[in-house]
Design a protein around this ligand. Structure first.
Ligand code: MRU
Length: 349
């Protein structure tokens, strides 16, 4: 099930994405038919959010394969691998990108002709898109049961339909709770440096008619201490086998503040975000982005020219701060390692 403004649509020989760097001021749609354009759009955050990055990455592989000219199977596979490697190099943290690329690689079945593989890649990308959208719908319904009537829920970054090409993760849970008839208010952190909360979450809340109050990242503790937050819920870019979770920079700070103030702290993500091969959060690769994203706001300098700035895009929240992890297969409580293992084996619900 898909809801709200969808970030990517497949049109047979091209994709159309909404340029998220231009929201909320302008709704600009981009028609992309070259995998390099899609890769650049991912790197530049025109399309963003872990599940949406995975879906766009899958379509990029299908677009790249269409343009391979050789009919010689060995050469075709080598060129396809180069395309997959280029897409993989765009953003290192979101597990969903690698999940999708691994599936695309498997779909390029050995022993089949390049023409058959090209079609199989399109079919697989569409399947990944549908499955991811369904997963976010299911996890939102599971998570909605954890939200009480009349609650104020604090969320970080942007995790709605725009970030998922589906229903949403953390914001999907909030939307589903409201759809169940609960009165829910959102406190949205602005999410410096790139303001996904200020620009996108407030916009999606408005579209979904959910009351939202924008706060700066540094105000979160103030509202928690005043008992004005009932729960914090965020998405994830990669979850390690022990439940440690990488998400947008600032999530760790929120989790520690939530613990200090005895506030529930939930993570909502599809199982495609879980990386069972990574034992703990220490092994999750953290994307470092251009420091200009910190020294400027929307291109306008706010610091002295040439000043040094750091720009890690994500941080890791240790599993001990997390109350539960919500996926499309159900709610994982502690101990996370066992619950995660069961869900990855596909037998938990
Ligand atoms: O850098 P972004 O905007 O891609 O970061 C997105 C987030 O951190 C989201 O919280 C995460 O991808 C989960 S989304 C559904």
């Amino acid at each position: 099930m898909r809801k709200g403004c969808q970030p990517v649509a497949w049109h047979g020989d091209h994709v159309v994405i909404i340029d998220q760097t231009r929201l909320p001021g302008e709704e600009v749609y981009l028609k992309l038919d070259d995998y390099r354009e899609v890769a650049a759009a991912i790197q530049e955050l025109k399309i963003r959010g872990a599940p949406a990055i995975g879906i766009a990455g899958a379509y990029a592989v299908a677009l790249g394969a269409r343009r391979i000219k050789t009919a010689e199977p060995g050469r075709f596979r080598r060129e396809l691998q180069d395309i997959i490697d280029a897409i993989a190099a765009t953003r290192p943290t979101a597990r969903n990108l690698f999940f999708a690329l691994e599936r695309m690689k498997k779909a390029a079945m050995p022993g089949h002709s390049p023409a058959d593989i090209k079609q199989a890649l399109v079919d697989e990308a569409v399947r990944i898109h549908e499955e991811e959208a369904d997963a976010t719908h299911h996890l939102s319904l599971f998570g909605a049961g954890l939200i009480g009537d009349g609650w104020t829920v604090l969320t970080h970054c942007n995790t709605g339909p725009l970030a998922t090409s589906g229903f949403g993760t953390a914001l999907g849970v909030i939307i589903a709770a409201r759809d169940q008839g609960k009165l829910v208010k959102v406190l949205a952190t602005e999410t410096r440096p790139l303001l996904q909360g200020a620009r996108l979450t407030t916009w999606e809340c408005r579209q979904a008619s959910i009351p939202v109050t924008l706060i700066t990242d540094s105000m979160a503790g103030y509202f928690m201490r005043k008992r004005e937050v009932n729960a914090v819920i965020t998405g994830a870019d990669r979850i390690a086998a022990n439940g440690d979770t990488a998400n947008k920079i600032g999530t760790y700070t929120l989790a520690v503040l939530a613990r200090e103030n005895r506030i529930l702290f939930y993570i909502a993500a599809p199982t495609s975000t879980i990386d069972g091969s990574v034992k703990t959060g220490d092994a999750i690769p953290i994307e470092e982005r251009n420091p200009r994203e910190v020294t400027c706001i929307q291109g306008v300098p706010i610091a002295p020219e040439g000043v040094e700035a750091a720009n890690p895009a994500f941080d890791v929240t240790p599993h001990r701060y997390i109350t539960a992890i919500i996926t499309e297969k159900g709610i994982i409580g502690k101990p996370f390692r066992e619950g995660i293992k069961k869900q990855l084996e596909g037998d938990a619900r």
